[in-house]
Write a protein that binds this ligand. Structure first.
Ligand code: PEP
Ligand code: MG
Length: 544
């Protein structure tokens, strides 16, 4: 038996035969040419064929893995049309008098290198994309057919790395798992594997692939990232049992799809999902969440090198709202500061950033940033059911100022004849002890509360959430935190305000009963926890 460990990107186990992915490599030679115009036309021609192929791949991806994942191929189409990319190819042909294939290959290497040398792991992962489109163009110039990766039986596909288009073109029915020797968890291939619900391990190392033979028996554990080649009897018995238990658990949970979140005695609760970006929508839908209880919009800011424009934000919010097709989507305004630092905000270094200039404090001191986000949110509101939520509230006056600014934004939009919905709900996070204690004063001002237990616990127990050394002092079930939640629930309901929980504690099923007895109306959890919490709710009997 040989054992390797990579990074598991989709939790599931597969047992089957290895099939080494055979790529039709084209070797590119440098030829001197005289007719540069002819080479440029060959390049243009291959681009047109590539765009048609990508459109087909995009459609297949759209059917199989959803809109947000299919977008990769829109990006590929855009990359093919990119001015810098095209100029580089043409320049190389014209100045070096070389064949188009060679010019594309050199451009591809240069661009990939440029992406790889950035600090940003997302940009680094784009190197694979530029290679993918360039290989496609080159293949189309030498007119090799490369559009199918025939697999005759169900196997575990093993490759050095898989390009997104190669991943999508694989026959999903026949791929039991993916293992790649290279690759990053940020790569689109990893994202696709996750969304195709296929067990996958990436970064298994070069030795894994170099010593592997086609047809060897493999066990792939997408939870731990372990790969066993030609497993011994003991390992195989253990893994077969683990796979069976895993499948039974998942089957049971999947049977809960479409079912209500209702206790035996008929009490209902909403179970929503927390997301960090548009790319998480697939798993929200897959896990049948009733809505989005927290969209951490700051990720839009964290991913960017400058303030995201109103248009950029509008398009992201619109996409999320539209994909939820009328279900509630709660978008939290930016929560920058403390552990989420962004250079371009130019925030001063602070002794205690968790107690410093963060979240709503930034928005209220720099209203131009806040108003841009609010304009984008209000504009997107016409595409579904939007809730806007404000983080780190500690006082009544903050909420009054926020409502004032929302009024100004609405007036501006009205004057510009831009539509927004009248049904938007405004809510605040209860994540400071101050907000919980004055929740009786805050509740009449807003439509909903959402308890951020991560920060509420940190501030109540004086335990830095970033500091793993003090975990033993940070009792997440501490009576003080639970009392603050209960107090907020009572004050919310007295004022006709609904209340949810969106911190990690919402997914702690040992507390589901406590929360329901407190009258919590909504629990918002990571998408993969939705069905587990539903399962817990359906087994409760609150009449006892
Ligand atoms: C929280 O504090 O519980 C919360 C949901 O917000 P974040 O984890 O983003 O601070
Ligand atoms: Mg928080």
């Amino acid at each position: 038996m040989r054992k390797y460990v990579g990074k598991g990107v989709y939790g599931a186990i597969a047992i089957g035969k290895a099939s080494i992915f055979k790529r039709q490599e084209v070797s590119v030679r440098r030829n001197r040419i005289t007719d540069t115009q002819n080479e440029i036309s060959r390049f243009e021609n291959a681009k047109t064929i590539s765009l048609t192929q990508l459109e087909k791949i995009h459609d297949k991806a759209l059917r199989e893995v959803g809109e947000s994942n299919a977008q990769i191929f829109e990006i590929h189409m855009m990359m093919i049309e990119d001015d810098d990319y095209n100029e580089s190819v043409k320049n190389i042909i014209e100045t070096q008098l070389v064949n188009a294939e060679y010019a594309v290959a050199v451009t591809s290497d240069n661009f990939a290198e440029m992406f790889r040398s950035t600090e940003d792991s997302y940009m680094q992962a784009r190197a694979a994309d530029v290679k993918d489109i360039s290989n496609r163009i080159i293949k189309n110039m030498v007119s090799e057919k490369s559009e199918t990766n025939e697999i005759s039986e169900k196997t575990i596909v093993c490759a050095d790395d898989l390009a997104p288009s190669e991943t999508v073109l694989l026959d999903k029915e026949k791929v039991m798992a993916f293992v790649t020797s290279a690759g990053s968890s940020n790569s689109h291939t990893a994202i696709l594997a996750r969304n195709m619900n296929i067990p996958a391990v990436i970064g298994a190392g070069t030795e894994f692939l170099s010593s592997l033979k086609d047809g060897e028996k493999l066990i792939v554990d997408g939870y731990t990232g372990e790969i066993f080649v030609e497993p011994d009897e003991k390992t195989e018995t253990e893994m077969v049992a683990k796979k069976k238990a895993d499948e039974e658990k998942k089957k049971l949970l999947q049977e809960l799809k479409g079912k209500e979140n209702v206790t035996i005695d008929g009490k209902k609760i909403n179970i929503f999902a927390n997301i960090g970006g548009v790319e998480n929508i697939g798993s929200v839908l897959l896990n049948d969440a009733g809505g989005i209880g927290l969209f951490r919009s700051e990720f839009l800011y964290l991913e960017n090198e400058n303030f995201p424009t109103e248009e950029q934000q509008f398009s992201a919010y619109k996409k999320v709202i539209e994909s939820m097709a009328g279900k509630t989507v709660i978008i939290r305004t930016l929560d920058i500061g403390a552990d989420k630092q962004v250079d371009y905000f130019g925030l001063e270094k602070e002794e205690n950033p968790a107690l410093g200039m963060r979240a709503i404090r930034i928005c209220l001191t720099r209203p131009e940033i806040f108003k841009t986000q609010l304009r984008a949110l209000y504009r997107a509101s016409v595409y579904g059911k939007l809730g806007i939520m404000f983080p780190m509230i500690t006082s009544v006056s903050e909420v009054e100022r926020i409502i004032d600014i929302c009024g100004t934004v609405k007036n501006e939009l009205k004057n510009e004849n831009i539509d927004y919905s009248d049904e938007i709900e405004l809510g605040i996070m209860i994540e400071t002890p101050a907000a919980a204690i004055i929740s009786d004063r805050l509740a009449p001002l807003v439509d909903f509360f959402s308890i951020g237990t991560n920060d509420l616990t940190q501030y109540t127990l004086a335990c830095d959430r970033q500091n793993s050394k003090i975990e033993e002092f940070c009792d997440t079930h501490h009576e003080a935190v639970l009392r603050l939640i209960e107090m907020s629930a009572q004050n919310a309901h007295k004022n006709g305000t609904w209340i949810g929980i969106c911190g990690e504690l919402a997914a702690d099923t040992t507390l589901t009963e406590t929360f329901m007895r407190m009258g919590i109306d909504e629990l918002s959890v990571s998408p993969s926890y939705v069905l587990k919490v539903r399962d817990t709710v359906r087994k409760l009997d609150l009449s006892k």
